[in-house]
Design a protein around this ligand. Sequence first.
Ligand SMILES: Cc1ncc(COP(=O)(O)O)c(C=O)c1O
Length: 487
Amino acid sequence: MVTPTGAISATALARHLGAWRPAGPQPTYRALADAIRVLMLDGRVPVGTAVPSERTLAEALDVSRTTVAYAYAALRDNGHLLSRQGARSVLRLPVQVPAEPVDLGAEGDVIKLNIAAPSAPEQIVHDGYRHALECAPGYLAGTGIYPNGLRALTETVAERFTHRGLPTAADQILITSGAQHALRLVLDTHVSPGDRVLLEQPTHHGTILALARHRARAVTIGLHPEHGWDLDQLESVVRLQRPALIFVIPDFHNPTGLLLDEAGRIRLGEISARYRVPVVVDETTAELALDVAAPPPLASFAPRGAEIITLGSASKTVWAGLRVGWIRVDGRPDTYALARYESDIGGAVFEQFAAQYALSHLDDFMPARLAALRAQRTTALAAIAEHLPGAVPVRGVGGLCLWVALPQPAATATAAAAAELGVRLIPGGSFGPHGGFDSHIRIPYTLDSDTLARGIGLVGQAYRQAVGDAVAAPPSSDRGLPDRMVV
Ligand SMILES: Cc1ncc(COP(=O)(O)O)c(C=O)c1O
């Protein structure tokens, strides 16, 4: 059973297909069927998308209608297309691939390419805790419970929004225990079991997990490796599916590093207003501009009637160990504050002071952190070119990860082989709510250059084993379970 999630126009499908025509003796219809199947397996066109009619696709591709009819028949025969009476056929997977489970394996001497989180800027974190101790005497006499967050921190976060082009008052901010927690609070408030939530795919794995826990149904739009967001398609999905929320990562998207331009931000605001659907903007990676500056926050483009809920975090700029994030809304975040109070009363006071100190010094230490990330990304790209020939990373412009298309769809087998070699690697399927993406892996460049180069070398070895040997070896018992935690 597959739920139709939206329709793709013939022109959009033709654009995604690019140069699909057979170079060799393969029949044209077969090449077309293969190319459509790969688009779906790669997640560029989501499972559940209704394909164009034979006639319109034939026109858009300038082929005969019979070619398209044969291609669709071939897809149907191998279970990749479901035809429905009186409705457009829908792409589907022959076997549904479940999202990757989270196994918290033993810590060990392994290279963790599963985590996209930088280590702390030590001096700043030290200074932040000293600052917390200095501030403490005034607070120790009180209860220490602040469901909206410490005022000093909400003010600092609000100032940063204002500095980035979105005027914000401290009252509009709710402090959370990281962006993942912020997302949970938003889902608690807006989403009931069975509701649909629109996501990009690929997307942040934690979002997929949170939706699954809420028993929400993910509907998706694919991200094009060059053009990014197809907002016509997004609007069509919203119109057809009426999701309870739209969830996007417009700034240096995890895992692709893509950036949504101003026009796209304006359009998303309009879609929110027109369809009365809140847009959740995850800005966890928004301060990680490596090549180009980000436009102002998406919420600054919102027209009257739009509802934009912005999530942020200190995890990628400062340190994930602080567990400090936030929600920004227009108006007061009272409903989320209540949800936070119900979930864990409030955040730890000292961590909030340390975060407040670090966030108010971002401009002092971020240039060096961004320079280190750029250098590590250069190392990662060189290592990929050397050890994974033919692999194509998306040319993102910031963030922490490279989203890499492998020459062959062998990501799961590569990850299994990499675990044997001491590298934790997450196959692409973990970044799609319906799986797929088996020709993709995510390579974070948050480790130091030497470790990265070594890790990617081993991933290359694992890939060669995987494509040479279709059946991956089971993990050896002495290593325990591979750590599947994805951040
Ligand atoms: C896009 C995105 N959102 C949320 C999170 C979770 O961040 P936090 O540590 O603030 O919970 C991450 C971490 O990887 C992320 O990349």
